[in-house]
Design a protein around this ligand. Structure first.
Ligand SMILES: Cc1cc2nc3c(=O)[nH]c(=O)nc-3n(C[C@H](O)[C@H](O)[C@H](O)COP(=O)(O)OP(=O)(O)OC[C@H]3O[C@@H](n4cnc5c(N)ncnc54)[C@H](O)[C@@H]3O)c2cc1C
Length: 384
């Protein structure tokens, strides 16, 4: 009997984990990967959707293209997780596992921020980015607030990217003179672990007249006013919001969270339940919530599962290091490499904005698309 490996969530973490396991073990492994969606969307594609660079159908990577030996991908919605028993209930059936990996990402909570509505005035969901993409052409200038409703949130530089891309957008329409852009962020600087990156972003803001309000979060959106947690308000004709992030309800209901996130050993991603791991945005590792870090964690978990199956010592460690690409406007991209776990404190290296780095970013996306969704020769693959 092959040990049954159950992976919940086919996002950045789940896709890399299942691909790594399949690559190493082929048909000698029994992996079930479950996701409720019909396809995977890169986080950064939501910015492309928002600003009209890519239509919705182009950013979705259908799970029907996923085919890996030893892996079965099921389209089901997880409704309950019993971590102790490694038993998972979905809208269709009950799954029992020997090894359970929870990679359900971060969900959104708008209940504590009156006026922010999923799919309407936020760009962190596909529906929200798609809706705002239709609103933007009607914008005729005024006050734009890019507002973050709580930290931690996915991809710390994304709100700054949104502000810079918004500036490009209004400039292209000749509305820059009539538009004021403000970014409200609970973080003290745009990218706290890399002062050089923050400095470059703040310089780009200054050049474009974008106002940055640090260490502050949005409390409510009321008509044409945004209320902040420092007691002040901002005028707002267009709100581009980042909703409060939190672990999904099903993870909270399973009793797996503390202060909203799943506590894990940051190096092995093991939860307090033996044989149960949490990978990606929902895990509290001290590393930012970004795909590149979810991917590194997934590779470490895959390596340790493979060692376990081969009766070898489990020595893989989550690197907690990765590169994030930052849209800087004017078709240029910057990159920051941040290592969170190998030294006494996080350390970042900034690579200034250039057009050459756009090629790198495109490769980052296309290489994952090829690795996870490229059709491979060989039979025996089971799909949705
Ligand atoms: C605007 C924006 C820009 C970003 N830019 C970048 C970037 O440039 N670089 C970068 O590295 N990261 C970026 N990110 C962050 C990145 O998208 C996430 O950090 C990453 O996807 C996290 O991976 P994950 O595997 O933890 O979760 P996810 O990729 O979110 O996957 C979780 C999966 O679980 C599934 N799921 C959830 N609940 C259930 C359920 N009950 N039943 C079944 N399935 C369920 C979901 O459908 C989803 O497929 C960005 C995010 C945003 C919003």
């Amino acid at each position: 009997m092959k040990p049954r490996i159950l992976i919940l969530g086919a996002g950045f973490g789940g896709l890399e984990l299942s691909t790594s396991l399949s690559e190493a073990m082929g048909e000698n492994i029994d992996v079930t990967l479950i996701d409720k969606s019909d396809g995977f969307v890169f986080g950064f594609s939501k910015l492309d959707l928002l600003f009209g660079r890519s239509p919705e159908e182009m950013i979705r990577n259908p799970y029907s293209d996923y085919a890996k030996p030893g892996v079965r991908l099921l389209r089901e919605t997880i409704t309950a997780i019993d971590a102790e028993a490694k038993r998972v209930t979905t809208d269709k059936t009950v799954h029992e596992a020997d090894i359970l990996v929870i990679a359900l990402g971060a969900d959104y909570d708008v209940s504590s921020t009156p006026g922010i509505v999923m799919g309407v005035n936020e760009f962190y969901s596909v529906a929200g980015a798609a809706h705002l993409a239709k609103v933007l052409p009607r914008f005729q200038g005024g006050d734009v607030v890019v507002g973050v409703c709580g930290a931690p949130y996915k991809c710390p530089p994304a709100p700054a990217e949104c502000a810079l891309m918004m500036h490009d957008y209004v400039k292209a329409r000749g509305l820059d003179g009539a538009t004021r852009i403000t970014l409200v962020n609970p973080l003290p600087s745009p990218v706290p672990p890399s002062p050089d990156t923050s400095k470059a972003i703040l310089a780009a803001f200054k050049e474009r007249g974008i106002t940055f309000i640090p260490s502050t979060r949005v409390m409510a959106v009321e008509g044409k006013t945004v209320a902040l947690d420092n007691g002040s308000t901002l005028p707002c004709d267009l709100f581009l919001g980042v909703p409060k992030n939190r672990a999904a309800d099903v993870v909270v209901a399973a009793g797996l969270t503390e202060s909203g996130w799943v506590p894990v050993d940051p190096y092995t991603l093991q939860t307090r339940h033996p044989g149960v791991y949490a990978v990606g945005d929902l895990a509290n590792t001290g590393v930012p919530k970004a795909g590149v870090y979810a991917e590194g964690a997934a590779r470490a978990v895959a390596a340790n599962i493979i060692s376990q199956l081969r009766n070898e010592e489990q020595t893989a460690r989550n690197p907690g290091a990765g590169s994030c690409y930052i849209e800087f406007g004017a078709d240029r991209i910057a990159r920051v490499d941040v290592d969170f776990l190998s030294g006494p404190k996080p350390f970042g290296t900034f690579h200034g904005a250039s057009q050459a780095l756009r090629v790198d970013k495109e490769h980052f996306g296309s290489s994952r698309r090829a690795r996870w969704f490229g059709r491979q020769a060989g039979g025996g693959n089971r799909q949705i």
